[in-house]
Design a binder for this molecule. Structure first.
Ligand code: BGP
Length: 474
C-alpha cells in the first residue's frame, strides 16, 4: 500500500464538532424545554429513562458551554479552526416542540454564538437535530413514529433558516440518521420500549425522518438561497470475517442497511434492495404522493461520523458482538481497540470515503472522528496539560488516510474532529471518555471547577491546520 504525503485542497474546512446536549448545560434556562437527553439516566443511550431530570445526569450541566461559549470559541480560534460544527437544541427554540411560535431567548443564544464565530471568521456548520428531540414530542406523539413530527420539524427548520440563513451556509438535517433503528428513544424520541416496537413502526419512523430531511432541504432552498444542505450518517465500513462468499454477502447486507439512508438522500427514491427488505419483513410503508415529491429534494453533500470498522459473518451467532458506536458489530481480529472497545482503523476511513464518493458523487464532509480516552491532567513546565500522544497518533493516522482519499480523487469538504473540547459522552454519559484538544475539569461524579486546559494535541492540531495538513506524518 503506497502512502503519499497528504495534500489537502486550499480552503479545506478544518475544525471540530460538538452537540448541544453534550456540552451546553443550562438545561432549563431561558425558557428551554426538556429534551429526551435530560431524562436519560447517567450511563446510557438505552431505553431506560428517569421520570424527570436527576442530579446525576451530567448533561444537565454539560461543560457549561451555554455560559462559557465565548471562552471556548476563542480557544477554537487559537487553534485556527476554519469551521465549527455545533447543534441547535430544538427544545431551546420550541420548548415543547409543537408550539406555533419559537422561544426568542433560545434563538438569541445562537445569535450570540454566531457573533463569536464571525468575530474569528469561523464558518458555522449546524446540525438541526442531534439526539435532542423535545421530551414533550416523545411523550405526546411517540416521537418520529408519528407522522405529525414532519410538520413540527418543518416549522423548526424553517425558523432556523429564516433566522440564521444569511449567516450559516452548511446545515445537517439529522445527526447519524441511521441510528434510529438502533436507539429509537435517543435518536428518534420514540417512547415505546425498543423490545415492544414493531418493525413496521420503526421503519415508518425512518420514513418520516427521511421525508422531514428532504422537506428541510426544499425549504432551505426557498428561504436561504446560500444554504448547502447535507445528510449525516454513522459510517461503519465492514469487512468479511472470512473470504467466503457467504461472509461477503453478509457485508453487503449490513452495508445496505446503512447505505439506504444516503441512497435516499442523494437519489430521492428508495433502492430496490430496501424494498425487498420491507417485503420480506412484511412491512408496508405509508408513503404519500407528497412524500414521494418531497424525497426528490436531494442533498448538496453527504456528511458522516467515522470512528471504527467492524467485521461481518454469515454466522453471527458464533461470535460475540463487540462494543462500538451505537450499532457495534463483530470485532475484527486484526485490529486494536480503544479503552471502550471501539476498534481503531485509519484505513477504514479512506475506504469509506472512496465508497461514498464512488456511490454518490457528492462532496463529503467528515464531521466526527476522534479517540475517546482517559486523560491525566499533569503539570509540564508549570503548566497544567494532558500529554495525549495517543490522541495525536490516532488523529494523525486518520488524517493521513483522508489525504490518501483526496489523492484517490475523492471530493472532501472538510474535517471536524469529534468533541474538540471535552464533553459528556453520548453512549456512556461519562465525562471521563474524553475526545478534546481542550481538557475540561469535570469528573464523572459531577465534581470539578469546569476550568479549561490546553492538551498537547491542541498545539499539534493548530500546526496541522496552519500547514493545511503538511505537518502530518505519513
Ligand atoms: C456519535 C454521536 C456523538 C458522539 C460520538 C462519540 O455517535 O453523534 O454525539 O458522542 O458518537 O460517542 P460517545 O460519546 O458515545 O463516545
Amino acid at each position: 500500500m503506497s502512502t503519499t504525503t497528504p495534500t489537502f485542497p486550499e480552503g479545506f474546512l478544518w475544525g471540530g464538532a460538538t452537540a448541544a446536549n453534550q456540552l451546553e448545560g443550562a438545561y432549563d434556562e431561558d425558557g428551554k424545554g426538556l429534551s429526551v437527553q435530560d431524562v436519560l439516566p447517567h450511563g446510557g443511550i438505552g431505553q431506560a429513562r428517569t421520570d424527570g431530570p436527576t442530579p446525576d445526569n451530567l448533561k444537565l450541566v454539560g461543560i457549561d458551554h451555554y455560559h462559557r461559549y465565548a471562552e471556548d470559541i476563542a480557544l477554537f480560534a487559537e487553534m485556527g479552526f476554519k469551521t465549527y460544527r455545533f447543534s441547535i437544541a430544538w427544545s431551546r427554540i420550541f420548548p415543547q416542540g409543537d408550539e406555533e411560535t419559537p422561544n426568542e431567548a433560545g434563538l438569541a443564544f445562537y445569535d450570540r454564538l454566531l457573533d463569536e464565530l464571525e468575530k474569528y471568521g469561523i464558518e458555522p456548520l449546524v446540525t438541526i437535530s442531534h439526539y435532542e428531540t423535545p421530551l414533550h414530542l416523545a411523550e405526546t406523539y411517540n416521537g418520529w413514529a408519528d407522522r405529525r413530527m414532519i410538520g413540527f420539524y418543518e416549522r423548526y427548520a424553517r425558523t432556523l433558516f429564516e433566522r440564521f440563513g444569511s449567516r450559516v451556509k452548511y446545515w445537517l438535517t439529522f445527526n447519524e440518521i441511521n441510528s434510529l433503528l438502533h436507539a429509537p428513544f435517543m435518536s428518534g424520541g420514540i417512547s415505546t420500549p425498543k423490545e415492544e416496537l414493531s418493525a413496521q413502526t420503526l421503519y415508518q419512523a425512518m420514513h418520516h425522518e427521511l421525508v422531514a430531511s428532504a422537506r428541510a432541504t426544499r425549504i432551505a432552498r426557498e428561504v436561504a438561497s446560500n444554504a448547502q444542505i447535507g445528510c449525516m450518517v454513522l459510517s461503519m465500513p465492514t469487512y468479511p470475517l472470512s473470504p467466503s462468499p457467504a461472509d461477503a454477502l453478509a457485508v453487503m447486507d449490513f452495508d445496505h442497511s446503512n447505505l439506504v439512508y444516503g441512497d435516499v438522500h442523494t437519489r430521492g427514491t428508495y433502492p430496490g434492495y430496501f424494498l425487498r427488505t420491507l417485503r420480506e419483513k412484511g412491512i408496508e410503508l405509508e408513503i404519500t404522493d407528497q412524500d414521494r415529491e418531497d424525497l426528490q429534494n436531494t442533498v448538496d453533500f453527504v456528511s458522516f461520523s467515522y470512528y471504527m470498522s467492524v467485521a461481518a459473518t454469515a454466522e453471527p451467532e458464533r461470535y460475540t458482538s463487540g462494543q462500538g458506536n451505537i450499532m457495534g458489530g463483530i470485532p475484527n481480529p486484526t485490529l486494536e481497540a480503544s479503552e471502550w472497545g471501539w476498534q481503531i482503523d485509519p484505513v477504514g476511513l479512506r475506504i469509506v470515503l472512496n465508497q461514498f464518493w464512488d456511490r454518490w458523487q457528492k462532496p463529503l464532509f467528515i464531521v466526527e472522528n476522534g479517540l475517546g480516552a482517559k486523560d491525566q491532567l499533569v503539570e509540564v513546565d508549570g503548566v497544567k496539560t494532558v500529554v495525549d500522544d495517543y490522541r495525536i497518533s490516532y488523529m494523525n493516522d486518520h488524517l493521513v488516510q483522508v489525504g490518501e482519499a483526496i489523492a484517490d480523487g475523492v471530493d472532501v469538504l472538510g474535517y471536524t474532529s469529534w468533541g474538540c473540547i471535552d464533553l459528556v459522552s453520548a453512549s456512556t454519559a461519562q465525562m471521563s471518555k474524553r475526545y478534546g484538544f481542550i481538557y475540561v475539569d469535570r469528573n464523572d461524579d459531577g465534581s470539578g471547577t469546569l476550568e479549561r486546559f490546553r492538551k498537547k494535541s491542541f498545539g499539534w492540531y493548530a500546526e496541522v491546520i496552519r500547514t493545511n495538513g503538511a505537518s502530518l506524518e505519513a
